[in-house]
Design a protein around this ligand. Structure first.
Ligand code: NAD
Length: 538
C-alpha cells in the first residue's frame, strides 16, 4: 500500500502543503505537513521568492530542477506563468552552464541513459521507465551541446530542458515525455578524465558501431512506444544530417537544430516582409556560416519558394552562402556534401564583395563567431536596400554576429534585426526598437503537439512551412510596428496551439495524418491539454 511519505516523495502526485485536511486524513499525511493549507498560487509565490533569492543563475537552475523533482505541478505552473523569467534559466543560456557542470551539480538521475554496454538490451531496459504511454522523446548524443561542443553524458540537461518546454509551451503531459541520452562516450578528454564524470568514460564509438546502436534505439522506440515522436537534438552536424536523412521517411522524427531553426527563421523572414513590403518570392538571402543551422534554413526556404511557384533551380538561385573560406561557389574543392546544392557558378569572393555582388535583402548569421557582421557589412546591406533584415542567430548573446545596437546604428535605423538570444530594446534617434528573438521554442512545441494531435506518421517539410506561416501570422501589427518579428513569450501556449492546428492540417494535406478530420485534432488538443493544476486525487 502507498504510504503518505510515498505520495510526498512522488513528484507527479505530490501537492505538498496544498493537500486539504480531508486528503491529509485519507492518504496518511497527517503530521507529515505543517498546519497551513496553501493553494497553488501561494505555493508558486513562495517558490518564486525562494528562487529569486539565489545569487546566481546556476543556483536558480538547481533550485528549479529540485522543484521539478519535488512537485511537478508546482514546477510547471510556475514555469507557465513566468515563462519569460524562467525559460533562460531552465533552457539557454543557463542550461549550457548546467551541462558543463553536470558532474558537479548532479543530485538525482532524471531521464534515460543508453550506453554501448546496453547493446542488444535497449528494448528490454526501456521497460524500466515507469511510464508506458510515451509520445515525445528528445534524444541527444551530447556531441554538440549548444555552442559548447562535446560534453558527453553531461548534455542530459538539453533533452530535459526541451521537454519542459513541450510541457509548458504546448500543454503536453509530462507523463508522455522521455528525455534520452545516447551516451556513446566522449572525445572531450578533460571531462572524461574528471573523476566526477558520470558518463561512459571512453572515446566515442563511431561508424558502424555508432549507427547500429542508434538503429537499435530507434527500433526499440518503435516497438515499445509506437506513437512516440523522436526529436534529435544537439548531434554533431554530419551525424545530424545522416540520422535525419536516414529516418525522416521511416519514422516520426525531426531534428530541431536543422528543421526547428529553419522554421523559426523562415517565420521571421515572412514577418520581415510585413515591415519591408518586399514580395517573399523576390527575396535574395545570404548566409554567413554554412553549417547545420544555415543549411537547414536554406533547405526549408527552398521548399517555401517552391510553394510560391518557383522551380527548384530558381529557388536555389536566391540562396547564397559564405563560410569561413568565402563565397560558396562551384570551383571550391573544400565543400561538404550539404553545401553542394547551394554552390553557384560564380567567382570566389570574400564576404563584403559577395554582399556587393549579390545584394541580398536578408543576411543570416549562423557561424558561432561573434563580431562577424562588421560595420562595413551592415552599412553595405543598408546601402543596397531600404529595409534590409539582419539575423544574428548565433547563441548565446555573447556570440551573436553583431548586437542589436550595432545593427540599428550601422544601418542608420534601417535594419530589421533578429537574434538567436535575447537583446534589450534599443533607442536609435528617439525611436525605440524591440529586437525579435528567433527562439526555436516558438516552433518545436507546436510541431510536436500538431504531430501528436493528428497522429502523424512522419514530419514533412510542409508541416514546418505551415508552422512558420502560422507563427508569422500570429505576430500582432503593433509588434510588427515596433520591429518585433515574433509574438511575446507569455503567449507561447496559445501560439503553439495555433501552430499545432496548422501543422495537423498540413499533415493531412501531405497524407501523413491518421486523424480523419480537424475535429478529431481539436478534440485531441482539448482532451490532452496539460494545465498544471492539482487534481482531486493525488
Ligand atoms: P556548425 O558548426 O554546423 O556551422 C558553423 C558554420 O559557420 C561553418 O560553416 C563555418 O565554416 C562557419 N564559420 C565559422 N566561423 C566563421 C567565420 N568567422 N566567418 C564565416 N563563417 C564562419 O554550427 P551550426 O549548428 O550551424 O550552428 C551555428 C550557430 O547557429 C551556433 O552559434 C548556434 O548558436 C546558432 N543557432 C541558432 C539557433 C537559433 O537562434 N534558433 C538555432 C540553432 C543554431
Amino acid at each position: 500500500m502507498t504510504s503518505g511519505k510515498d505520495i510526498l516523495n512522488d513528484s507527479a502526485r505530490n501537492k505538498s502543503t496544498a493537500f486539504s485536511r480531508k486528503e491529509r486524513e485519507q492518504y496518511g499525511l497527517r503530521g507529515l505537513l505543517p498546519f497551513a493549507v496553501a493553494d497553488l498560487e501561494t505555493q508558486k509565490q513562495r517558490a518564486l521568492e525562494n528562487m529569486r533569492r539565489k545569487p546566481y543563475d546556476i543556483e536558480r537552475y538547481i533550485f528549479l530542477n529540485a522543484l521539478l523533482e519535488r512537485n511537478q505541478v508546482l514546477f510547471y505552473r510556475t514555469l507557465i506563468d513566468h515563462i519569460e523569467e524562467l525559460m533562460p534559466l531552465i533552457y539557454t543560456p543557463t542550461v549550457g552552464q548546467a551541462c558543463k557542470e553536470f558532474a558537479q551539480i548532479f543530485r538525482r538521475a532524471q531521464g534515460f541513459y543508453i550506453t554501448p554496454d546496453d547493446r542488444g538490451d535497449i528494448y528490454r531496459i526501456l521497460g524500466n521507465w515507469p511510464e508506458l504511454d510515451i509520445r515525445m522523446i528528445v534524444v541527444t548524443d551530447g556531441e554538440r551541446i549548444l555552442g559548447l561542443g562535446d560534453l558527453g553524458a553531461s548534455g542530459m540537461g538539453i533533452p530535459i530542458g526541451k521537454l519542459s518546454l513541450y510541457v509548458a509551451g504546448a500543454g503536453i503531459d509530462p507523463k508522455h515525455c522521455l528525455p534520452v541520452m545516447l551516451d556513446v562516450g566522449t572525445n572531450n578528454e578533460e571531462i572524461r578524465e574528471d573523476p566526477l564524470y558520470l558518463g561512459y568514460p571512453k572515446p566515442r564509438i563511431t561508424g558502424e558501431a555508432y549507427d547500429s546502436l542508434v538503429a537499435e534505439f530507434v527500433d526499440a522506440v518503435q516497438s515499445r512506444y509506437p506513437r512516440a515522436l523522436i526529436q534529435f537534438e544537439d548531434f554533431l552536424t554530419p551525424n545530424a544530417y545522416k540520422l535525419l536523412n536516414r529516418y525522416r521517411d521511416k519514422v516520426l522524427c525531426f531534428n530541431d537544430d536543422i528543421q526547428g531553426t529553419a522554421a523559426v527563421a523562415l517565420s521571421g523572414i515572412y514577418a520581415s516582409t510585413r515591415i519591408s513590403g518586399y514580395d517573399f518570392k523576390d527575396l535574395r538571402i545570404m548566409f554567413l556560416g554554412a553549417g547545420s543551422a544555415a543549411t537547414g534554413i536554406a533547405d526549408l526556404l527552398t521548399s517555401a519558394f517552391e510553394a510560391e511557384g518557383l522551380s527548384n533551380k530558381e529557388a536555389r538561385e536566391r540562396l547564397w552562402f559564405v563560410d569561413i573560406n568565402g563565397l560558396v561557389v562551384k570551383s571550391r574543392s573544400d565543400l561538404m556534401p550539404h553545401n553542394l546544392p547551394y554552390a553557384h557558378e560564380e567567382t570566389q569572393l570574400d564576404f563584403l564583395a559577395a554582399i556587393d555582388r549579390i545584394k541580398p535583402h536578408i543576411l543570416i548569421g549562423a557561424t558561432g563567431a561573434p563580431g562577424t557582421f562588421t560595420t562595413q557589412s551592415v552599412e553595405r546591406m543598408a546601402r543596397h536596400h531600404d529595409r534590409p533584415a539582419i539575423f544574428a542567430l548565433s547563441n548565446p548573446t555573447s556570440r551573436a554576429e553583431c548586437t542589436a545596437e550595432q545593427a540599428y546604428n550601422w544601418s542608420g535605423g534601417k535594419a530589421i534585426f533578429v537574434s538567436g538570444s535575447p537583446f534589450a530594446p534599443v533607442t536609435y534617434q528617439s525611436q525605440t526598437y524591440h529586437p525579435g528573438q528567433g527562439n526555436n521554442a516558438y516552433i518545436f512545441p507546436g510541431i510536436g503537439l500538431g504531430a501528436l494531435a493528428c497522429g502523424a506518421t512522419r514530419i514533412t517539410d510542409g508541416m514546418f512551412l505551415a508552422a512558420a506561416r502560422s507563427l508569422a501570422s500570429q505576430v500582432a501589427q503593433n509588434q510588427i510596428d515596433n520591429g518585433t518579428l515574433y509574438p511575446p513569450l507569455p503567449a507561447l501556449r496559445d501560439v503553439s496551439r495555433g501552430i499545432a492546428r496548422a501543422v495537423a492540417k498540413a499533415a493531412m494535406d501531405d497524407g501523413v495524418a491518421t486523424a480523419p478530420s480537424l475535429q478529431e485534432v481539436d478534440a485531441y488538443l482539448s482532451d490532452n491539454w496539460y494545465d498544471a493544476t492539482y487534481t482531486s486525487a493525488p
